[in-house]
Design a protein around this ligand. Sequence first.
Ligand SMILES: [Ca+2]
Ligand SMILES: [Ca+2]
Ligand SMILES: [Ca+2]
Length: 149
Amino acid sequence: MKANRIPLLLALAATAAITTLTASAKEPKPPQPLLPVLDANRDGELSPDEINNSSNALADLDKNGDGQLTRKELMPPPKKGKDADMGPPPPPPGKRPPLLIAVLDLNKDGILSADEIEEAPTSLATLDKDDDGTISRKELNPGKPPIKA
Ligand SMILES: [Ca+2]
Ligand SMILES: [Ca+2]
Ligand SMILES: [Ca+2]
C-alpha cells in the first residue's frame, strides 16, 4: 500500500505536468539539454561541421557575456510562467549531469568556462566512438550497455 504520497513528489509531478504542457507534445523529454543548441540541422546527430561550430553555438548561450556558461545558462528555466523567476531547480543530488555537459565540463565544476567552450569541439570528439567524424544518436545516448549472452 502506498497511500502516503510525499507532498514534494506531488509538487514535482505538477511542475513536470506544466513543463510538458508548455513543451511540444511530440517529445515528452529532450534527450540532452544542449543538443538543440549544437545540432544545427536538428537531425539528432552532430556532424563534423556542427562539432566544429560547437564553440560558437555555446557562446550564443552566454547571456550575460562573461565568457562562461553557468548551470542557469546551460539549462534555462521555462520562459513563461509565474514561478519562472525562481530559477531552475537544483539538480537532484547524486544524479549525473547530462552527457553533453559532462563531456564539455572538463573540470566538473558545473560551469563551462571560456577555455572549456573553446575546447568544445575536442571534447565532443571524444564521444565519437567509431571515429567516423559524426556523433550519432547512439553515441549521444549510450543507454544501457548490451547484455552479453
Ligand atoms: Ca546534426
Ligand atoms: Ca555567462
Ligand atoms: Ca567547468
